[in-house]
Structure formats: C-alpha cells, structure tokens
Write a protein that binds this ligand. Structure first.
Ligand code: GLU
Length: 431
C-alpha cells in the first residue's frame, strides 16, 4: 500500500462538516476580512473552523407516552479567549452548520466588545410550538445533561436564542446544579432575576440595537426622532427595539412577525401593538394598520430598516428594492454576501450584526460577572455600562473603517479578528 502523505489528508474538503448556507456566509465574511488584514495563513487556519463541536441524539418522552428522537448541537468556535459563550436555539432547521456559523459570529461579537469569551452556539432541532411546556422542560433538561462534557461556568456558558428564554435557562441551570450537587447560577445567562439573572438582560439586545442606532445617527447627522423605522420581527429583540424607538419619538412605520406585516406611514402605535400581542400572541388581526406580507416591511420607504427576525432575510432578490438609507442588523446573519454587495453599491449603510445586536451578550457578561461576585447591580448601572460599552465598540469600528478604508462590517470583523489572532499568537501552539 502506498504511503499516505499530508497532501492526501488535504484532499478532504476543508469545512465540509459545516456545509450550510449560513456557514458559507460567515466564512465569506471571514475570508474577506482576513484578506483585508492580510492575516497570516496560520490564523486563517486556526480561526476558520470551530475548535469543538458536539452532536447528540437523545430520546424525549412526549406527554402521549410516545418517544421522540431529537438531535442537539453545541459548537465552540475558539478556546483562545477564555470560556466560550453563546445561546442555544430551538427550531425545525437547527443544524451543525448553522450552529458553526453562529458560533463564529459570537467570537467576533465578543472580541469586538472586549468580552473575555470565545464564541459558541447550540440548539435542538425540534418544533417548539408543537411541544407542551412539560415536553419542552424534558427537552431542555435532557439537552443540558447531554452537554455536561463540554459546558461549565468557566468552560462554556449558554444563553437564550431563538425559541428559548428565561424559562429554559432556569431549567438548564437547575439541571446542571442537580448534577453537581449545588446551585451554579453562573452556568447560564439570561435567567430569571430571582435565579441570579440580571436586571435588564431581557431587554438588552433590543435596547442595544437602539443605543447603537443612536450612536450611528449622531455620527451621520440624522435626527433619530425624525426618522422613519421599519422593523422585521416582533419578538424579544424587535418589540423591545420598537418600544424604545417609539419612546424616543422615532416613527415606527412598519413591523412584522411570522403571521403578518403592518404598515402605517404616519407611525404605528407601538404601545397598543405590544398590548395586542400580549393579548393575542401574534400581530395577525391587529385592526389599526394596513396589512402586508411579513417580508414586505423590509421594502417600505423609510430611513432605517431593522431586520430583527431570522437570518438570510436580505438577499440579492429584495436588496435592489430596499428604500432606506440604513440597515441595522438586529438579527444574526440577516444579509447574504450578495445582498451586502448590492447594498454597498447602492450606498445603503449597513450596521453589522456583531455590533448592532451585541447588547445581549454584553449584558450576559454583566450577569455572569454579578453571579461570580454574588453582587447585583441596579438597572441604571446595567444600562449605562451597556451604552458605554457599545459606544466604545462603535468607536473602534469607525477607527478601523478609516484605517482600512472599508465598510463597517469589514471594520468590525477586522477589529475582532486582530484581537483574537493576537491572543492566539501570544498563546502559541500547544505542545
Ligand atoms: N443569543 C444571543 C446572541 O446571539 C446572546 C448570547 C449570550 O448572551 O451569550 O448574541
């Protein structure tokens, strides 16, 4: 048999394990930023693929007695910066490739914000809306138990993401605590306040979107109170951002969720919409606005579009039709590279996800610090620190955009990649 060489090993397509549309997007962004930085090949290799991933298959007993087989994931992108951090999501299309892309973005987000974490992301492929509360609890507890080999308060700290929230974090924390025999609040962030959560975490992502938007508006000389805003998504991020913008005096002319899009060029009454959703669960049926399709809100004439729903919402198909001056990416990965190029060409400013939605993980960091210190901050303290930290990160993005003559996405990623590769260089390679 012929001797195999390292060249034969390289025949395996790098990244094949993560193949997915979202991973293609994350990698395209990483490739562009690392070329811009002329990043040493060593760090391209060390950062382009996740360090660790766990795929678990586990059974869950449904209320009917039937057993459902589920697949869950946890991907840790880099172990260089400290423990890893990132949410876990429940959804019918959660996959290893999606988690890998989202974990990579978490690395850049944490590095840009100066948080002492590498990125991670996880999830369970399931349809949460079809599961009862008791079934969701069993899914969450079993998923937490399956992750024991890779998580820990100083190893990997999960948090909420799509389809998960405080309730799931409480079950997760309880399961981990039962396993180690004492309460470990700092195993997860985004918990209810009474279980070691922090004030302000629930609102943090949406509030952060508004703080970043304010800073951007100051920079470009746009009065936010005069601006028209369209928001796709009315969940934990979109509804909070809408409420805050409405409180500031901005005109929110369109909102949507998966059931409906609502438009009013004079401005929607967000307080009344929030009450409607509290009572009815979804936007569908709200009487006081013109109804359009969910995705149509992205194309409404306005100054600021905020995609705050899913990934890959701005594509080469709809990007030419946008009628705004600025896109603030509240969701992770809402813009495909093709749409990004079109927006750039059209002179539409894009405030990248790793900056715009970093409020969530920043306040998660505050929660983890408070848990470790057994000392709670008040809400004003959390908000002021959040605002300061996001503004400082925006300042770094502006500086890098000037220094490298690039758009804000490339600037944000460059700041992050420089930081992580510098740390990787200093740590060296073991052994
Ligand atoms: N899932 C959120 C994100 O995408 C928050 C993660 C965290 O708080 O650790 O940024």
């Amino acid at each position: 048999m012929a001797t195999q060489t390292q060249d034969d090993v390289d025949e395996v397509v790098p990244g094949r394990e993560w193949a997915s549309e979202l991973y293609r997007i994350a990698n395209d962004q990483f490739d562009r930023a690392s070329s811009l930085l002329d990043l040493d090949a060593e760090f391209v290799t060390r950062l382009s693929e996740p360090r660790r991933s766990l795929v678990v298959n586990f059974p869950v007993r449904l209320d009917s007695g039937r057993v459902l087989g589920l697949t869950g994931y946890r991907v840790q992108h880099t172990l260089t910066m400290g423990p890893t951090k990132g949410g876990f999501r429940y959804g019918p299309d959660v996959s290893l490739g999606e988690c890998a892309a989202l974990a990579m973005w978490m690395t850049w987000k944490c590095a840009l914000l100066g948080l002492p974490y590498g990125g991670a992301k996880g999830g369970v492929r399931c349809a949460p809306s079809e599961l009862s509360v008791a079934e969701l609890e069993r899914v969450t507890r079993r998923y937490a138990a399956e992750l024991i080999p890779v998580i820990g308060p100083d190893r990997d700290i999960p948090a909420p993401d799509m389809g998960t929230g405080e309730r799931e974090m409480a079950w997760f924390m309880d399961t981990y605590s039962q396993m180690v025999g004492h309460s470990v609040f700092e195993i997860v962030t985004g918990k209810p306040v009474v279980l070691g959560g922090t004030t302000g975490r629930r609102e943090a992502t949406g509030l952060g979107v508004v703080y970043v938007t304010e800073a951007v508006c100051e920079r470009i000389g746009l009065d936010l109170r005069e601006a028209r805003v369209a928001i796709q998504g009315f969940g934990n991020v979109g509804a909070v951002a809408a409420t805050e913008l409405y409180a500031i005096g901005a005109r929110v002319v369109a909102v949507s969720d998966h059931t409906a899009g609502l438009v009013d060029p004079d401005g929607l009454d967000i307080a009344s919409l929030v009450r409607w959703v509290e009572a009815n669960g979804v936007l569908d049926g709200y009487p006081d606005a013109r109804r359009v399709g969910s995705a149509d809100v992205l194309e409404v004439p306005c100054e600021i579009v905020i995609p705050a729903a899913r990934e890959r919402q701005l594509t080469d198909e709809n990007a030419p039709r946008l009628q705004c001056g600025m896109v603030v990416e509240a969701a992770n990965g809402p813009t495909t590279p093709e749409a990004d190029a079109i927006l750039r060409e059209r002179g539409i400013l894009v405030v990248p996800d790793v900056l715009a939605n970093a409020g969530g993980v920043t306040v998660s960091y505050f929660e983890w610090v408070q848990d470790h210190q057994r000392y709670s901050w008040d809400e004003l303290d959390v908000q002021e620190r959040l605002r300061r930290q996001l503004r400082a990160a925006f300042g770094r993005v502006i500086d890098a955009a000037d220094r490298l003559s690039c758009d804000w996405r490339m600037a944000a990623l460059s700041v992050a990649i420089e930081r992580v590769s510098e740390a990787a260089r200093m740590r060296g390679i073991y052994p």
